[in-house]
Design a protein around this ligand. Structure first.
Ligand code: MG
Length: 258
């Protein structure tokens, strides 16, 4: 099921795709119930609505160097346990919105990734615990990075958290086997990154269990699962697309701030 969040008559509403239209969902009390929420009779055309990011995360937990070829292209070793860092929630935008290149950086790069959206609070999951009850769905994510600042700052917070540096897809897919999906990034239609989620050093269930033992994951939180090799600089006027099999594409124009 494909679920999105839209601006409807100045109110934010959740909807799902039905027969090429959006069916507005009725009320639900927690995010975890969204996939079973009944649609109302109200339908709107997909082309007629303004999308907003599908969740408002309390945090975005990112996994660095989770594809060995990407670790190698930046001259890094593959970590022995997941390398975690955070992106600021204020960096989130959605499909079609502008990625702004800040004046502080001269090397802003794309990182196309699979994003896992948490549906239910989870903490201290054990090695054999089933993670599926805690997953709301999946979407595409671009972990936009000011590479020059990431190198000079050492800490990742600034390089990863400028406003607009976390584009996420407008639609969450609630049912998808993500263990072996093609993940690609295109700039102006030219392929730059082309990998498979099966190449992750630490797969999705391992990541959710591991992160839940470091910090509580809340409903709406996002896990960015790492990027394949092929990261490259984006410049003013570029159109960047992140595509994963089974998910709606994430397409954003890039603008340099004057
Ligand atoms: Mg990344």
């Amino acid at each position: 099921m494909k679920i999105c969040r839209i601006n409807l008559e100045n109110k934010v509403a959740y909807a799902r795709i039905e027969d090429s239209q959006l069916a507005i969902l009725g009320s639900f009390s927690t995010l975890a119930e969204i996939s079973t929420a009944e649609p109302t009779t109200k339908r709107v055309e997909i082309s007629a609505v303004k999308f907003v990011p599908p969740v408002e995360p309390s945090k975005i937990v990112c996994v660095g160097r989770n594809y060995s070829a990407h670790a190698a292209e930046l001259g890094n070793e593959v970590p022995k346990q997941p390398l975690l860092f955070l992106k600021a929630p204020s960096s989130v935008i959605t499909n079609g919105e502008i990625i702004q290149i800040p004046s502080q950086s001269h090397q802003v790069e794309h990182e196309g990734e699979l994003a896992v959206i948490i549906g239910k609070r989870c903490k201290n999951l054990g090695e054999s615990d089933d993670v599926s009850p805690f997953i709301l769905g999946y979407t595409c994510l671009n972990d936009v990075t000011a590479r020059d600042l990431q190198r000079s700052d050492v800490q990742f917070a600034r390089a990863k958290s400028f406003d607009t540096f976390c584009p996420i897809g407008a639609f969450l897919e609630t049912e998808l086997d993500v263990s072996d999906l093609r993940v690609q990034t295109f700039v102006n239609g030219e392929v730059r990154q082309d990998g498979r989620t099966s190449e992750m050093v630490f797969p999705v269930p391992f990541l959710i269990r591991y992160i839940s033992n470091q910090m509580t994951l809340n409903a709406g939180d996002i896990i960015a699962t790492g990027t394949p090799s092929g990261v490259s600089k984006m410049v003013d006027g570029d159109i960047v697309e992140v595509r994963l099999e089974g998910l709606e594409p994430l397409i954003n124009p890039v603008f340099e701030m004057g």
